[in-house]
Design a protein. Structure first.
Length: 355
């Protein structure tokens, strides 16, 4: 089993243990699900320092401090997607300059995965711009998964909507995580995409869960949504039974040519708030500070780590847009005293090192 699913108890000495003890003696009913949108909205509205303190306290109860997972993305099938997600540069309908490509070959993917591993990544996520894969696609992606898993990396894929037999095939191929985002609150979803329904997303998540694959599911903020929609997204995620093992929180990358290109950017502190509330409501999830880091600045990223983010996308590219350089990330983690490298070892490796 991976460290992600069963995090070791937080044994680090916190700067002050008192708040942790207080929290343990009197667990607040407000930190239990199911979560109402109102309760989440109330958390989002807290004074920022109170919210950060609460999120960091929850974080240290469930995770080793300073441990940041490094996950590398690769677009294995780029562009030409028939869906119309308003944020996405890969939709065929939008004129974004992204060209449609064929599915990558195994050796090319293995080279990229090996490079990611050499740079310190522990998870490798393969993305495809499909509405839903065909069974033939599943066969080909299964070969990619097997090869990447063979390198000793955790595998993740994001391929669009899945039927149960397809999820089962991916599980059999060695898939550890499937990424499928709810993206926003149900009430705002139809403003963002019209080629599929919210329920389609929920159905795929159920198929993934039933196949025994861990769920990676989050959303995007900065798409012109109201604060209540951010609360609605977190409520949906936190109330999934069980809540996702990984929760990517993306800040919209505004790509010219997409319908959402001119959205007002989210206030950076409001972004930090969303991370904090994800941490509080889903204490054992890997909360990933995802797209948008290149536009964010180091200080805001530091606040996100304070708020409980413990994973990043690591590598110079997301799927088709940019991400901070590996060197810049290594430096940032070092400056903050965070451990990006080799700290997200599996429990087996952990035991080996301490034997
Ligand atoms: N086609 C599959 C799907 O939609 O599920 C997989 C790939 S899709 C690009 C994966 C996720 O990337 C989307 O659900 C969305 O949350 C995120 N994403 C896409 N474009 C983005 C952007 N411009 N800014 C931030 N996140 C984005
Ligand atoms: C997720 O939540 N974010 C990633 C990953 N899952 C697949 C994708 C971000 C995409 C950003 C825009 C792009 O490069 O296409
Ligand atoms: Fe297609 Fe996924 Fe982009 Fe939507 S987010 S247009 S489904 S690649």
């Amino acid at each position: 089993m991976s460290a992600t699913l069963a995090p070791p108890p937080a044994v680090q000495s916190a700067p002050s243990v008192q708040p942790v003890q207080l929290h343990r003696r009197a667990p607040s009913p407000a930190t239990q699900g199911p979560w109402s949108v109102e309760a989440i909205q109330a958390l989002l509205d807290k004074p920022l320092m109170d919210l950060l303190f609460e999120a960091q306290t929850v974080h240290r109860q469930h995770w080793p401090a300073g441990d940041i997972e490094l996950a590398t993305l690769l677009s294995v099938k780029t562009g030409g997607c028939p869906e119309n997600c308003g944020y996405c540069p890969q939709a065929a309908e939008f004129d974004t300059g992204v060209k449609a490509e064929k599915l990558m070959e195994v050796d090319e993917v293995v080279r990229a995965a090996q490079a990611a591993k050499d740079a310190g990544a522990t998870r490798f996520c393969m993305g495809a711009a499909w509405r839903a894969p065909k069974d033939r696609d599943i066969e080909k992606v299964s070969a990619l998964i097997g090869a990447v898993k063979g390198l000793g990396l955790q595998t993740c894929a994001t391929l669009g909507m899945l039927e149960s037999h397809q999820a089962q095939a991916l599980k059999d191929a060695g898939l550890d995580y499937y990424n499928h985002n709810l993206d926003t609150a149900p009430e705002y979803y139809t403003d963002v995409v019209s080629t599929r329904a919210y329920q389609d997303r929920l159905d795929t998540l159920q198929n993934v869960r039933s196949a025994g694959i861990s769920v990676c599911c989050g959303g995007i903020v900065g798409m012109g949504e109201a604060p209540v929609h951010r609360a609605g997204l977190i409520a949906q995620l936190a109330n999934l039974q069980p809540y996702p093992e990984s929760v990517p929180i993306n800040s919209l990358v505004r790509v010219p040519g997409t319908p959402l290109a001119d959205s007002d950017p989210i206030d950076p502190f409001d972004f930090v708030r969303v991370i904090a509330v994800a941490r509080i409501t889903m204490p054992k999830a890997r909360v990933r500070l995802s797209a948008g880091r290149q536009q964010m600045g180091e200080a805001v990223q530091a606040l996100c780590f304070m708020a409980g983010a413990n994973s990043i996308f690591y590598g110079d590219k997301l799927l088709v847009t940019g991400n901070p350089d590996v060197d810049a990330d290594v430096q940032l983690l070092a400056k903050l005293g965070l451990n990006g490298h080799r700290t997200t070892t599996t429990e087996a490796e952990h035991a080996h090192h301490h034997a």
